[in-house]
Design a protein around this ligand. Sequence first.
Ligand SMILES: [Mg+2]
Length: 138
Amino acid sequence: MSALNKILIVDDSKLIHSMYRLVLKRYEGCIIVDAMNGLEALEVLARENDFDLILLDINMPVMNGLQFMEKISMENLYRNIPIIVISTEGKEEDTLRALKLGAKGYVVKPFQPYLLYELIEKITNKKETIFEAAMKRR
Ligand SMILES: [Mg+2]
């Protein structure tokens, strides 16, 4: 199941970074790289763009998740890296905006790890995401 080799976590909370590290232990041998905001994430991507997945917070100083997604959506180089948005309850508009900018899925904080696993597996197996299915039905 470990098709995942490298994940970029973008969040302004160090506590959240350690939480993700625990949750992602399931993906044995997977390298996890931390960025504290969108700008830092862009700097990481400029150095290494071989990530299988990006977990992205929306609310961050310097450059937030939506601004990051706007930048990313203009860069062909990063287009193939799937992004999962970790959104906050009551911020549905931001989540929708992120999906429109190309995020492959989202989970709402606080979430059960299995929800994230399901989403990761769906996305990395290149199965249709809930959002894609919903878009087709429109
Ligand atoms: Mg935050």
